[in-house]
Design a protein around this ligand. Structure first.
Ligand SMILES: [Mn+2]
Length: 264
């Protein structure tokens, strides 16, 4: 295992979707193995219970992700888990601590710079989840297949020594309905934080990584590990950064080599 090369005050990861064939577990492992954090926040949809209910899928790499998080804890990280809508069953345990994992519905995080951010999965800002229409069902079905295709294409690209390319993301960005959906979600989350006089919110859920500011209020989305492979990190001085992990990997000249982290 590579040594810790980057130390963060906090790390926010969401939408890992373990148990779903679309989960990019090997990229996540390479990320987790080169950094450490005082606190790791798991911001929902960590295990995809919905996908597991359709078909049990649990390869060795998905266990490795859990083991890696456990290793972080052994080396001193605090672990906080906020269940999302794909692992909503775990919400009955909110407020409890299991082993070394604190389970919360949401929480207030104060950065080293004194900024107060509400951390939550964000599905409550998703108006689409309120209605079970045929359009939503088709959308969910299409997306499920798109992330599986994404996993297949990128496994092949990795074997060929080519850089990671988020397929579903490229398609979604062309759709005006998807753009409107993202804008609505973002605006609702920003309003929620502003109403509570907070400096912003940290969410996941919509698989759209970004940090942006509206007036004085920050909107930060962790992204996901089925398409974008991103994380939010707080540095020792409270500065927040969005880490786009695939863009930090070098593609080796020899295509028989695997993707290697630049920092290793
Ligand atoms: Mn979600």
């Amino acid at each position: 295992m590579a040594g810790d090369s980057t130390v963060y005050r906090s790390l926010f990861l969401s939408d890992i979707h373990l148990g779903n064939p679309g989960c990019q577990a090997s990229l996540l492992l390479s990320f987790l193995r080169q950094c450490s954090a005082e606190t790791i926040f798991l911001v929902g949809d960590i295990v995809d219970a919905e996908s597991m209910a359709r078909r049990v899928y649990w390869p060795r790499l998905h266990n490795e992700v859990l083991r890696s998080l456990h290793d972080h804890h052994r080396r001193g990280s605090r672990l906080v888990y906020i269940p999302g809508n794909h692992d909503a069953q775990a919400r009955v345990w909110c407020g409890m601590t299991f082993g070394h994992i604190e389970i919360r519905r949401h929480l207030l995080h104060t950065t080293a710079a004194g900024k107060r951010y509400l951390v939550m999965h964000g599905d409550r800002f998703d108006r689409r989840l309120d209605r079970h229409t045929w359009r939503n069902s088709i959308g969910a079905y299409t997306y499920r297949h798109l992330v599986r295709l994404n996993a297949y294409i990128n496994a092949r690209r990795e074997r060929e020594g080519r850089a990671y390319w988020p397929l579903a993301s490229a398609i979604k960005h062309r759709s005006s309905a998807a753009r409107r959906y993202i804008e609505n979600f973002r605006a609702t989350a920003l309003m929620h934080a502003a109403d509570r006089n907070l400096d912003g919110c940290i969410v996941g859920h919509i698989h759209r990584p970004e940090i942006l500011q509206d007036g004085k209020v920050h909107y930060m989305n962790c992204g996901d590990w089925v398409e974008h492979c991103t994380a939010l990190a707080e540095h020792a001085d409270g500065h927040m950064e969005l880490i786009d992990w695939p863009s930090r990997l070098t593609v080796p000249a020899d295509p028989s080599n695997r993707l290697l982290p630049q920092v290793a």
